[in-house]
Design a protein around this ligand. Structure first.
Ligand code: CP
Length: 310
């Protein structure tokens, strides 16, 4: 794809290709490439706050030997009313090859799919999708030899507002996982007609059935008039004690940032069950693989020695 907006933009061959390339890059000491024509330029354009996604893309771009520019929306001509499309066309004229965009507007990148002004990777758009996060989550499980085939993957918390939750729902069935959504009814879809997805409001059921537990942040900034859930942690939060009491080792993931003491307690974050730190470390390699694949996609002689799957 020229615009990677959704997990749906990738087929399984492309997903497997990115995961394999990320694994190779992780195990390579020198990840820079020499570019015969020009050093690719990549812009990171974060129109909504970010720590993990923005910096991991910037580190990934540097590790590949590409140049990045940190597009600052606040000082840009977006503030004078220029549209995002005209902004992207301008970056393209300036020689930028690829733009990583985060926006608070859901589905804002869809308009660019028919006639892309520039190559685009979605760094999270509103409550719609966060495909690179979902891919790095699956990458982290694979790197830990945790199989998804036939497993119950529970996504717990603020499901309706979670863009990574929406991307995971698209991605996980491709690896044979069954999705269990958990949380208060205010944060869950009412029904699902998808045979891969079941819904529960019972934490005990999650602890009994889940093979992998993925916790989501309660995104109060997106709640508008939705009443916040009082004492959320009492019914819906997870503690180390709960996980230790199980007669199985339950991996716990979180995309971050976490509301400590709400959906997850600090002891659990500091425990052997928690893969959140590995998710952050792995994000660099997965995003390197995506950037490399997107740059090479459709380009001739860009200098990458492998990758024929985009
Ligand atoms: N997981 C994630 O998207 O975190 P940031 O908002 O810090 O980028």
């Amino acid at each position: 794809p020229s615009v990677l907006e959704s997990i749906k933009d990738l087929n399984k061959r492309q997903i497997d290709g990115v995961l394999n390339l990320a694994h190779k890059l992780k195990n390579r000491s020198d990840t820079r490439f020499s570019f015969p024509n020009k050093t690719p330029i990549i812009a990171t354009s974060f129109l909504e706050n970010s720590t993990r996604t923005k910096h991991s893309f910037e580190i990934a771009i540097s590790k590949l030997g590409c140049t990045y520019i940190d597009f600052d929306a606040e000082t840009s001509s977006l503030k004078k009313g220029e549209t995002l499309k005209q902004t992207l066309l301008t970056l393209n004229d300036q020689g930028v090859d690829l733009c990583v965009i985060r926006t608070s507007v859901s589905n804002q990148l869809s308009e660019f799919k028919e006639q892309p002004p520039i190559k685009i990777i979605n760094g999270g758009d509103g409550t719609n999708e966060h495909p690179t996060q979902a891919l790095l989550d699956v990458f982290t499980l694979i790197e830990n030899n945790i199989s998804l085939e036939g497993k119950v993957f529970c996504i717990a918390g603020d499901n309706i507002h979670s863009r990574v939750g929406h991307s995971l729902i698209e991605l996980l069935p491709q690896f044979g996982a069954k999705v269990l959504l958990f949380g208060p009814k205010e944060y869950l879809p009412n029904i699902t007609t998808d045979k891969n997805i079941t819904i529960t409001h019972s934490r005990d059921e999650v602890l009994e059935k889940a093979d992998i537990l993925y916790l989501l942040r309660i995104q109060t900034e997106r709640h508008g008039n939705l009443k916040s859930i009082e004492n959320y942690s009492e019914q819906y939060g997870f503690t180390l004690k709960m996980i230790e009491a199980l007669n199985k080792k339950l991996p716990v993931l979180h995309p971050g940032p976490a509301n400590i003491g709400v959906e997850i307690c600090e002891e659990l974050i500091n425990s052997k069950y928690y893969l959140g730190h590995e998710q952050v470390r792995n994000s660099i390699y997965l995003r390197m693989a995506l950037v490399q694949s997107m740059l090479q996609n459709g380009a001739k002689n860009i200098g990458f020695e492998e990758n024929t799957f985009f």
